[in-house]
Design a protein around this ligand. Sequence first.
Ligand code: 5GP
Ligand code: MG
Length: 207
Amino acid sequence: MNPSSRLSAPKLVSSSRAQVPQGCAGDIEQILISAPRIHRRVMEMAQVIAEDYHGKRLIIVALLNGTVLFLADLVRHFEVPLSLDLIGVSSYRGGTSSGELEFTKRLKLNLRDQHVLVVDDILDTGKTLRAVSEELSKQSPASLKTCVLLDKPEGRTVNLEADYVGFIVPHLFVVGYGLDYDERYRNLPFVGVLHPHVYRKSSDQQS
Ligand code: 5GP
Ligand code: MG
C-alpha cells in the first residue's frame, strides 16, 4: 500500500537546532525532531486519519511499548468513535540475527469486519509490522492499514510501506518519545540520536 498522498512525510536530512537538555546531554548526540515539531506533525496525522475514517468505527491496535507516547498524543486529537487495543511483540536478538518474533500480549478485541489501524513507533526492516499485519489479518478485518511515527526506508528488508508516516529519518539509532535503548529514554519529549558510547558501554559490560 502507498502512503496517503495527503500525508507525504517530511524527510529529515538535518537535525533540529534545539539544544539537548543538560540532564541527558552525555547520552544524546543530537535532537533529530523537537517536541513542538512532533506535536504539529501528530496533529496533522490525526486530522488526515480522522478524515479517511469519517463515518466509520475504527479500532486502533498499537504495539507495546514504544508507541505509548505517540498513541496517547494521536488519539486525543480524534473526534471519530474508536476503540483501542494493545499487542505485545518482542524479537529475540540473542541467538539469531534474523530477530525471530514472539507475541507477548494478545488482543482482547475481535477484529472481524472491523476497520483496523495498526500503530507502531518506527518502521525499520519491516519484519515487525509485517508479522503483526499477517497475525491480525487472520481475524478477517474489513480493512487493515498501518501508521508509524518514524520510517527508516534504508533499513527495509521486506517489501512493506506504511499507509501513514510521520517522519522519514536517516538510518541511525534513535530514542525518545516512546523509543528506548535498553528500556531507557522513552520519556524524552523529543526524538534524538543516541551517542554511540552508550552502546559501547553496554557491550563492554556484557563482555
Ligand atoms: P523492524 O521489525 O521494522 O526492523 O523494527 C521495528 C522495531 O524495531 C521497532 O518497533 C522498534 O522497536 C525497533 N527499532 C528499529 N529501529 C529503531 C531505532 O532506531 N530506535 C529504537 N529505539 N528502536 C528501533
Ligand atoms: Mg517497537
